[in-house]
Design a protein around this ligand. Structure first.
Ligand code: AMP
Length: 192
């Protein structure tokens, strides 16, 4: 049983590597970005709250995200472990996640941090925008806002997990398979 945070800037490859991790370790995947896009598509009240932030590349307010994650954990309490993809993105979210997991008698085992240079991120996001249909990938200005949000609000989360000795930094440039091999080695070194 292990809970993993997959961490990195937009375009680092979190979604792609999540798929590999899920199939190898049988963890339950929670992507807050995917959940928000689902709410947006269904036009729920939560989707309405999130839309303007997402459309502008800004982070959705903590209380909205944390409430959504809490519901997900309660609905999936039989999971053998979780992979958190795109969450936590602020220190307040990281603190809330520790509290939520404690209520479920568990904790984060490791935080995998995918390291990718900024030029490469922009290139990947613009390329993804051609096929993903994601409005937030199609405009360089919005991409810059998202990267700036990451640097200002999300990067401090790395120190939060470093203080708990849970951070594993992985080079996110290379083939999907070689990056996954590094991730798997880190996960296995943290498994009990
Ligand atoms: P993603 O698919 O992870 O790139 O997320 C797309 C958008 O959803 C982000 O630009 C934010 O507007 C919003 N979002 C996703 N996860 C979070 C989070 N943990 N905290 C705040 N906003 C989030």
């Amino acid at each position: 049983m292990i809970n993993i945070v997959l961490f990195g800037p937009p375009g680092a490859g979190k979604g792609t590597q999540s798929e590999n991790i899920i199939s190898q370790y049988g963890l339950k995947h929670i992507s807050t970005g995917d959940l928000f896009r689902k709410h947006l598509g269904e036009g729920t009240a939560l989707g309405v709250k999130a839309r303007s932030f997402m459309d502008n590349g800004k982070l959705v307010p903590d209380e909205v995200v944390i409430g959504m994650v809490e519901d997900f954990l309660n609905e999936n309490s039989d999971a053998k472990g979780f992979i958190f993809d795109g969450f936590p993105r602020t220190v307040a979210q990281a603190e809330a996640l520790d509290e939520l997991l404690e209520k479920h008698n568990t904790e984060i085992g490791c935080m995998i941090m995918l390291d990718v240079p900024q030029d490469e991120l922009k290139k990947r996001l613009l390329e993804r925008g051609k096929t993903s249909g994601r409005v937030d990938d199609q405009n360089e200005e919005k991409i810059n806002v998202r990267i700036q949000e990451y640097l200002n609000k999300t990067l401090p989360v790395a120190a939060f997990y470093e203080n708990q000795n849970k951070t594993c930094k992985i080079n996110g440039v290379g083939t999907i398979d070689s990056i996954f091999a590094d991730i798997a080695a880190s996960i296995e070194s943290h498994m009990v």
